[in-house]
Design a protein around this ligand. Sequence first.
Ligand code: TRH
Length: 409
Amino acid sequence: MPTVSDQPLQCAIFCAIVDNFGDIGVCWRLARQLAREHGARVTLWVDDTAQADRFLASQNLSIEALAPGSVAIRVWSAQGTADRQGLDEATASDLLIEAFACHLPQPLLEAMGRAERLPVWVNLEYLSAEPWVEEHHLLASLVPLPGATAGSQPVRKTFFFPGFTPGTGGLLREAGLLQRHAHWQHDATAGRDRLLRRWQPQAADALTPDTVLVSLFSYETPAMAGWLQAMANDEVPSLLLLPQGRSLAGVAQFLGQSLRVGGLVTRGALQVLPIPFVSQDVYDEILSLCDFNCVRGEDSFVRAQWAARPLLWHIYPQEGRTHLQKLEAFLQLQKRQTSSCDALQAASGLALGQFMRFWNQGEDCGELWHHLRPQLSGLRERAGKWQQHLAAMPDLATSLLRFCRSQSR
Ligand code: TRH
């Protein structure tokens, strides 16, 4: 049985980087919070150092420069870890997190089979608002370890689901995050000015009080052109912040020209400002200061909810269009939870839901945007209520540690 003493909690997180930055983005955020707020010694095991390096560079970090005693980043593969010591350390941890069902390497399972004391072993699942998540959260499977001594019992691996309701593990939310948003939003005009001057003073100078500030971090979709055209045709100006990534090609195609960071492009009432891929902390500030955020995958989607601003979720496309069910589950849950909103806010919530369905099915959203854009202030209030509702639940890192302690003696 695992034990957790007064010593700092030792935690190993195994992350397989499938694509993009979502897997490492979530694991890094969790690792950092466990270390900073809970004093844990965390090793984040990644299977792709090149991608990890790229991600850390975007966070102005490098593997070598990580503060000793907080989070260490090391490499694993299906063959195990670089040396035996790595396997021993992971086996000796108090909490072993297998992120997104990444399948621990066989040599580690064998080392666990030989160990006298085992960590609390958790499979951290993907985020979903589907109702079955509550039923599956904290279910365990019994895993027979290879090479375990005769008569030894299979080991419990617990499925830990992030989620939006108290019956789940909650969402990643570090201490002070909501206060930071409140601070940024307190004087949003000055904040926007400061933010834009980082990349293009001209964009800051052109900003008017009625400019709709939008951020776009999506996957490729044919829905994009109609939305951009609607902003270009609108009677109020929009400024689109476009971080480097997969949205770029679609916007460039719409504009009919190549784009470079800091190069402001104007089409009618729409201005487009390509910006660098910034650190997670600066990205939070962008989400906070924009009137509307298009986000994707898992982590940016969660961060936009903490920013309490209306969002468009470009959900990670899955085979068999199961992602559309996930989108619907989220929309329905949000509708139920914000039922105390007044009739206007409720109606604007429905319009936003429709916009997300169209976007995720690659349909033209232009007309919908004309209808939606004037409702942004009502949607903002609704997003604020949703943020408060979510913040009343324990955050994911705290829930994980509570679970770990409940399993220890
Ligand atoms: O990158 P994503 O699409 O990630 C994922 C992965 O594709 C994964 O395989 C899939 O399973 C999952 O989605 C559902 O989107 P996500 O989750 O939003 O991750 C992006 C990360 O990048 C997030 O941590 C925020 C961060 N980010 C920055 O640090 N700077 C930036 O400028 C931007 C735009 C994002």
